[in-house]
Design a protein around this ligand. Structure first.
Ligand code: ZN
Length: 357
């Protein structure tokens, strides 16, 4: 494949990235909500928003950084609790898809915290149907396709996760492609979810798992070997164990790497210490993602920009990261080929596609 940028049209790195047809695989709906969308949501529901305003101001003041992973989980919970109705979820889905279109993201596998919905005692079908309809409606107009991942909260245990799997399977026809687990790795070890993952596979779902983010490399190994996860959310702790790197390389298990997220939650203290360049060097299938862009003050484009600036990546490296995401997605083979062909055209120097706006 020719990944060279078009020689006749030299582009600054950011413009080059903007034009690439991108795929995002690790993106939480609730964490995607931008401050202005949160304000819009509260205004549209006539809710008093002094507390939320103060909360948003604190986020900005702190530069979207958290005093550790537990504090970040609290922030995620805070935002999730502001989503009270299916209409709220439809609105934040609409704004998310609009934001993806502006970045030329063509396909996204968006994680809906179905486990949090159960915890909030909200109707999973009512909320999901609102999200799916919203994504279809705006996505078809802007050229963004969305599939869904339902995730369970690790620390809520196996029965809770089983319920999430049941809902995910029920909505396969409506666009739910996978089941995953997130939350606190240390309080919800992989062993608890072995049968749940088997059940998910039996029901025709793909599987992912957050692992090796706050816990060590053994969590990544367990997600692959015990759970059979097809992709790993983060997985950066793998760098600390050569045998886990070997396992990921041999099985070509993609990692959903999220740079700003790791800095914001304090999992990695400096961008220079992030293992992304070493993971690439080790020959792993690395994809770049924004995770919770609203809570971290980032976008997928900014993640590419950060990676390129911090690690001196070349345009062809950015194109490779895009292709990795296409190949690691749960799209069918022909759908992957179609997107990869678009990417190749873009990186091969022909007329770039126009951006949706
Ligand atoms: Zn995540």
């Amino acid at each position: 494949m020719n990944c060279e940028p078009p020689a006749a049209h030299p582009e600054p790195a950011a413009s080059f990235v903007r034009l690439l047809p991108k795929v995002e695989l690790h993106l939480h709906l609730e964490g995607s909500i931008q401050p202005e969308t949160l304000r819009e949501l509260l205004r549209s529901n006539n809710r008093p928003d002094d507390q939320a305003e103060a909360w948003l101001a604190a986020r900005v003041r702190q530069g979207y950084r958290y005093g550790g992973f537990a504090e970040f989980l609290e922030a995620f919970k805070y935002v999730a609790l502001l989503l009270e109705t299916p209409r709220d979820y439809a609105l934040v889905t609409r704004r998310l898809v609009e934001g993806l279109a502006l970045q030329n993201v063509r396909y996204a596998e968006v994680t809906l915290a179905a486990g949090v919905l159960l915890w909030k005692k909200q109707s999973v079908p009512a909320v999901f149907e609102a999200c799916a309809e919203s994504a279809r409606d705006i996505g078809s107009r802007l050229g963004v396709r969305v599939s869904w991942i339902f995730d369970a909260v690790r620390q809520f245990g196996a029965d809770h996760a089983r319920e999430v799997v049941t809902w995910a399977a029920r909505f396969r026809e409506a666009g739910v492609v996978a089941f995953g687990i997130g939350g606190d790795e240390l309080r919800g070890p992989a062993e608890l979810f072995r049968d749940v993952y088997r059940q998910a596979r039996d029901l025709g779902l793909h599987t992912t798992a957050h692992a090796g983010e706050t816990a060590g490399p053994e969590g990544v190994r367990a997600a692959v070997e015990l759970l059979g996860a097809e992709r790993i959310g983060h997985g950066i702790a793998a760098i600390r164990d050569a045998s886990v790197l070997c396992l990921l390389r041999e099985r070509q298990i993609p990692l959903e790497v999220c740079l700003t997220s790791n800095l914001a939650t304090g999992v990695v203290s400096r961008i220079e210490e992030h293992p992304l360049p070493w993971l690439l060097e080790e020959g792993l299938v690395v994809t770049l993602n924004s995770d919770d862009p609203g809570l971290f003050g980032t976008t997928l484009e900014q993640e590419f920009d950060l990676a390129m600036r911090s690690y001196q990546l070349r345009p062809q490296d950015a194109a490779r990261l895009c292709e990795n995401a296409i190949r690691a997605s749960f799209l069918s083979g022909p759908e992957q080929e179609a997107l990869a062909a678009e990417l190749h055209v873009q990186t091969g120097g022909r007329e770039p596609p126009r951006l949706a706006n």
